[in-house]
Design a protein around this ligand. Structure first.
Ligand SMILES: Cc1cc2nc3c(=O)[nH]c(=O)nc-3n(C[C@H](O)[C@H](O)[C@H](O)COP(=O)(O)O)c2cc1C
Length: 200
């Protein structure tokens, strides 16, 4: 069974935001190069400090070149157990602008990946980001200069597969209810740590 995990929101939000979630079960359905280009195009239109666009993406398509297997070998074993999506990627950040540290590189990379995720869901494609990767191995495998770049996350991309195809342990996680903080826990006013009295 394919698992729909549409968010149950308190306030109305866009359908794509509700539909986006991070599956571990991916189907074998191929994601073509043209489709992938639309996701990367969307990513390129994210806002970034000084329009620096510090994100770089290593992409591997299953059963194509060698990139896929190289990326897969950099995932933590825990992620390798499920991350068999048709496309794997690694987002890498350029840390400097004109030889000086860019304070916004991580923030900007997150915005770019969020933009990619929303474009993807608009095409019924799902994205699962992974902090659980061997960043040192990524640097050496792809000959990336550590002083200039930081490995941010791994990314699995594809159509949702059947929950039953996952190991039982992951099936439970896949079926778990999605939860979020209440808005009062992160929307503050003049009293830090307390809900904004202008809003609530
Ligand atoms: C930066 C980042 C790192 C993550 N690392 C992992 C990971 O290593 N393994 C994993 O299974 N999920 C990972 N996730 C997925 C989160 O657990 C998931 O996004 C979160 O539980 C919220 O669920 P949702 O995306 O389905 O709404 C990561 C997500 C992000 C954004």
């Amino acid at each position: 069974m394919v698992q729909p995990k549409t968010a149950e929101t308190i306030f109305p939000v866009h359908e794509f935001i509700k539909q986006r979630w991070s599956p571990r079960s991916f189907s074998n359905e191929e994601i073509g190069a043209e489709t992938l280009k639309t996701l990367f195009e969307a990513m390129s239109w994210a806002a970034s400090a000084r329009n620096e666009q510090p994100w770089r993406l290593i992409v591997g398509v299953k059963d194509k070149g060698v990139a896929y297997n190289k990326i897969f070998s950099c995932l933590d074993p825990w992620n390798q157990k499920w991350a068999t999506a048709p496309v794997l990627a690694i987002i890498v950040a350029k840390k400097q602008i004109e030889g000086k540290q860019n304070p916004s590189y991580a923030y900007d990379c997150g915005a770019a990946m969020a933009t990619l995720c929303l474009q993807a869901i608009s095409q019924q494609i799902y994205v699962h980001q992974m902090g659980g990767i061997d960043t040192k191995k990524v640097l050496t495998s792809f000959q990336i200069t550590e002083s200039e770049y930081e490995v941010m996350a791994g990314v699995a991309i594809g159509k949702v597969g059947k929950v039953e195809d996952l190991d039982v342990y992951y099936q439970e996680m896949e079926r778990a209810t999605r939860k979020r903080k209440n808005l009062e826990e992160f929307v503050f006013g003049d009293n830090w740590g307390n809900p904004s009295s202008d809003i609530f």
